[in-house]
Design a protein around this ligand. Structure first.
Ligand code: SF4
Length: 80
């Protein structure tokens, strides 16, 4: 999977710990950074495709990504 987008992410020069928060306040702080990131969409799709369990990717928390994957699975099952 293409990972060129990683080199232009807004988090590139920031501490990775920001994106692996331990509480909701930390998640929101990471999401504010992701909201201004030019590659948020690619980042999110990467995390979904690679089933990345931890951290904030593409502005979505672990829980939000799990929900998205569930919805996509249900959507695929319905359209088959
Ligand atoms: S969306 Fe967030 S985690 Fe992904 S590259 Fe951009 S700043 Fe980093």
């Amino acid at each position: 999977m293409d990972t060129d987008w990683m080199s232009v992410g807004k988090c590139k020069e920031l501490s990775p710990t920001i994106f692996f928060p331990s509480d909701g306040v930390g998640v929101q702080a990471a999401q504010r950074i992701c909201a201004e990131c030019p590659v948020a969409e690619a980042c999110l799709e990467y995390a979904l495709a690679e089933r990345v369990d931890h951290g904030v990717w593409g502005g979505k928390s672990e829980r939000e990504r799990r929900r998205m994957l569930r919805r996509r699975r249900v959507g695929r099952a319905v359209s088959v």
